[in-house]
Design a protein around this ligand. Structure first.
Ligand SMILES: [Zn+2]
Length: 501
């Protein structure tokens, strides 16, 4: 039996997004639990799709003693404030020191955290753990599919292992993968690492593993891992492009029982990723074009057409408050259309005061102050209100006790708007049902999400279209003004190269 310390600290940083993450954003619960300490952690994360959950289950089943330290996550946004980072990292280190001797550390991290004072939040956390607790302590890290893996992370962690699905339906499973690496290290195994950084950025929208080429790449990764006893773990992280840091972009990471085996495994996977470059592509619709196409498609079908409002995806750091797609729906007089989740606490509050059945003039969205964005003005009927306590039912959010603050369903003509007070990616049907919207009965569903919605909504949709209404998660990276990204990287698959700045 071993003593294993467990901690988690998640943030995905869009350096082009409008709003930073402060300490309170990590303390508050949203779709995931709020900041949780010590022995309260296993209960707080039990049964949900998180790496820490899968790790705890696997380690307990194997009879190990766990020392939970601290777990927290904040919604993706602009940089984490230095104050928040230092308080949380300080407490993790303090608690690890106070825990007494441990045999290993498991960290549930994202891998794309930028702070107001650091380009690589996770690399710095790992460096501080090494500096204080020595180079022999096994430190194994679960990383998000969207990690921008850095050399510092690889140097200071014993091993890093990433999710293999987008939508991330394997987060808990990834905790199990990390646990198996810990076991191998505890048994005295020595492992060697190889990191490769393919030289092109992959738009989030085309990273989906339910589509090609990502589906085949991850199938090949798993087969390659199974085929060799020398390979301990293989990871491919397609990366998080809206992050202006030198080491932004995809990574391939191999761990093996010899350096030669790690190099060979990384080479083979890298060749596949390089060969797939041109296939990371798809069609982006302008807002009016997406609505027109959805109206045309929905005439002949009985299932809804889903439109991804990808550029305002709060799961990629946006604020879920742009109204470009709402304007397009109303302008086209779309019927049986649903738009959500729009984050607008003032509108939700007003709807609660008016109450279901009442109507009023609303000024919806555009709370972030993004240049060129204006609220959508109109007279809406309040159809329903809710307290925002939603239990996830889809494959991604299943079992999570979301706290989205006061919610409402507002109607203007044939368009209903689902409003929430906390921003959260529209990736679970329960979020709409909470305010009386039955998603399977709609003709058009416009969802603020890039890919995660597909886990729960693709099965009920006849078609999925991706629309590019103005927002801070640009699907076309050429619209980002990268200043720190390393030179030589292609900004899009087979696209122009980043010049030295
Ligand atoms: Zn992710």
């Amino acid at each position: 039996m071993a003593r294993i310390a467990v901690a988690g600290f998640h943030h995905e940083t869009n350096t082009f997004a409008p709003t930073p993450a402060c300490y309170e954003d990590f303390v508050a619960a949203d779709a995931w639990p709020g900041l949780t300490r010590g022995q309260a952690i296993p209960g707080a994360v039990a049964g949900i799709n998180l790496p820490v959950t899968g790790f705890i289950e696997a380690a307990r089943e194997a009879g190990h003693e766990l020392v939970p330290l601290l777990w927290c996550a904040a919604a993706p946004s602009a940089a984490v404030e230095a104050d928040a980072y230092e308080r949380i990292v300080g407490e993790i280190l303090q608690r690890l020191g106070d825990a007494g001797p441990v045999d290993a550390v498991f960290l549930d991290l994202h891998g794309a955290m930028v702070t107001s004072h650091l380009a690589d939040g996770e690399g710095e956390l790992l460096a501080r753990i090494r500096a204080r607790f020595g180079s022999d302590l096994p430190v194994v890290v679960s990383l998000d599919f969207h990690a921008n893996v850095t050399e510092a992370m690889v140097r200071h962690a014993t091993a890093l292992v990433g999710y293999r699905t987008y939508p991330h339906v394997d987060m808990a499973e990834n905790g199990g993968r990390a646990f198996r690496i810990v076991e191998q290290l505890l048994a005295g195994g020595r492992i060697y690492s190889t990191l490769r950084k393919p030289p092109y950025l992959i738009p989030l929208t085309w990273q989906c593993t339910l589509a090609e080429p990502a589906g085949s790449l991850f199938a090949a990764l798993a087969a390659q891992e199974r085929a060799s006893n020398a390979i301990v773990s293989l990871t491919f992280t397609p990366g998080f492009p809206p992050a202006d840091i030198a080491e932004c972009g995809p990574a391939i990471l191999a761990y093996a029982t010899s350096q030669e085996a790690a190099d060979a495994a990384a080479d083979a996977l890298e060749q596949r990723v390089l060969a797939a470059e041109g296939a990371f592509a798809g069609r982006l619709y302008a807002p009016a074009e997406a609505v027109a196409e959805a109206m045309r498609l929905s005439r002949s079908g009985t299932k809804p057409v889903v439109i991804a409002d990808t550029q305002d995806n709060p799961g990629a750091g946006a604020n879920a408050d742009t109204v470009g797609m709402l304007g397009a729906l109303v302008a086209a007089d779309a019927q049986d259309a649903v738009f959500g989740l729009l984050c607008d606490p003032a509108a939700a509050d007003a709807a609660h005061r008016i109450g279901a059945g009442g109507s009023a003039d609303f000024s919806l969205g555009a709370r972030s102050g993004l240049r060129g964005h204006r609220p959508f003005e109109g007279r809406f009927v309040v159809e329903a209100v809710g307290d925002g306590r939603v239990v996830g039912t889809g494959p991604f959010y299943r079992g999570t006790h979301m706290q989205l603050g006061p919610m409402a369903c507002l109607r203007l003509g044939g368009v209903r708007v689902v409003v929430a007070s906390r921003k959260q990616q529209a990736a679970d049907q329960a979020m709409l049902r909470h305010v009386g919207v039955e998603p399977t009965a709609a003709k058009i569903l416009v969802l603020k999400s890039s890919v995660h919605f597909r886990a729960d909504f693709q099965p009920i949709a006849s078609h999925v279209l991706v629309a590019a209404a103005p927002g801070p998660n640009e699907a076309d990276h050429l619209k980002f003004d990268y200043r720190r990204l390393r030179a030589g990287v292609r900004l899009t698959p087979n696209g122009p190269v980043q010049r030295p700045r």
